[in-house]
Write a protein that binds this ligand. Structure first.
Ligand SMILES: NC(=O)c1ccc[n+]([C@@H]2O[C@H](COP(=O)([O-])OP(=O)(O)OC[C@H]3O[C@@H](n4cnc5c(N)ncnc54)[C@H](OP(=O)(O)O)[C@@H]3O)[C@@H](O)[C@H]2O)c1
Length: 334
């Protein structure tokens, strides 16, 4: 929570001193956000700052100059950062989330997603900080949705396995921690290639080329800012009620395939979509993915926690800076 305080300002004017009292809000709660340079971490930093928390955002290769550089593979660096800042809450967004990279370099993915998460949880516990570990709907195999928090995970690929092991490492090292599983995310990106969903906008706009898109595996595209709001709400609740801990699910409830996501992008910007073609055969490829990992979110809903931005609204907000047709952009937005 934040506190309201009287700030006394003393103005020295020639001949007299004027004392003014201002009623201002000073942050009294500290939040450390890992992965602050990434899609979700940026949204989480903004959400906590907008609610007057004192935020320390940590990134790695993209950290400078806006964020603190913290290599989570360095256990000593984690200890120093946590001990110095003494956060009340840590939202752990950093991860190797590129599925193909995790498959090629499983040890690297495991070092970051599992070992570093365990170390961070240990340090959180030392200073009494509440840790939220961001996990994934991919911990499930997608054969019997919707999934409750206590349903049996069965990860199908290496990324998903490391996320599940990361959950266990966190809960073993910090008994009061929380795991928040979320589905495919989108949001404000620095470039379209930053995120697998926003990347689809490239083929939507290149109307002269056919794009063949999966129309079998379903996703629940969720706005990063909604997940950020949920992290803030869980943190606020935890400060009032220490029994808030364990695994939680949050997800948008609009079910779409990649093909449907691309068609919706075309639709909201009035672009043609005849060049978008559905692939209705079951996906084949070296990396298995769950066909329908829908998350049941009723546990958080019963706590009165949650926010869902309709996909058409959220995707329009996120993509319009990347519209190639500037004339259209001027007509609609200016
Ligand atoms: N995106 C999705 O669709 C999705 C779906 C389900 C779950 N999730 C989970 O949500 C979380 C956030 O995902 P995201 O999409 O925001 O990820 P992202 O955009 O790929 O960001 C990854 C973050 O991890 C940081 N990082 C990488 N290596 C690091 C290291 N050695 N030390 C410290 N930080 C390091 C990166 O920092 P630099 O860039 O500065 O190096 C970056 O800030 C992850 O836990 C992910 O598993 C994501």
């Amino acid at each position: 929570m934040v506190g309201r305080h009287k700030e006394v300002k003393i103005h020295f004017l020639p001949g007299h001193v004027q004392v003014l009292e201002d009623d201002i809000t000073i942050p009294t709660q500290r939040a450390l956000i890992t992965g602050a340079t990434g899609l979700l971490g940026r949204a989480v930093c903004k959400e906590f700052r907008d609610h007057n928390w004192h935020v320390l955002g940590c990134g790695y290769s993209r950290a400078r100059p806006r964020f603190e550089q913290l290599n989570l593979l360095d256990a000593e660096a984690i200890r120093e950062t946590v001990q110095d800042f003494k956060p009340h809450v840590i939202v752990h967004c950093a991860a190797e989330r590129r599925i193909d990279v995790a498959e090629k370099q499983p040890d690297v993915a495991s070092d970051l997603n599992v070992a570093a998460s365990g170390n961070l949880a240990k340090e959180a516990d030392q200073v009494g900080a509440f840790l939220i570990y961001i996990s994934s709907d991919y911990v499930f195999d997608g054969t019997s949705p919707p999934y409750l928090e206590e349903d049996m995970p069965n990860p199908l690929n290496i990324y998903a396995r490391t996320k599940l092991e990361g959950e266990k490492a966190v809960l073993q090292n910090s008994e009061g921690a929380a795991v928040l599983r979320v589905p495919a995310l989108y949001g404000e990106v620095e470039r379209l290639t930053e995120n697998p969903l926003t990347l689809l906008f490239n083929c939507v706009q290149h109307t002269h080329e056919y794009a063949f898109l999966d129309h079998v595996q379903v996703k629940f595209p969720t706005h990063a800012k909604d997940v950020a709001t949920v992290c803030l709400q869980i943190s606020q609740r935890k400060l009032e009620d220490p029994s808030v801990k364990g695994i939680f699910h949050w997800s948008n409830n609009e079910q779409m395939t990649k093909y449907e996501i691309a068609c919706t992008m075309a639709d909201v910007f009035n672009l043609p979509h005849n060049h978008l073609r559905p692939i209705t055969d079951a996906p084949v490829g070296p990396i298995l993915r769950p066909l329908n990992p829908r998350l049941d979110c009723s546990k958080l809903e019963h706590l009165g926690i949650g926010q869902r931005t309709p996909f058409r609204i959220g995707i329009k907000e996120s993509l319009w800076p990347f519209l190639l047709d500037k004339r259209w952009r001027q007509t609609v937005f200016h």
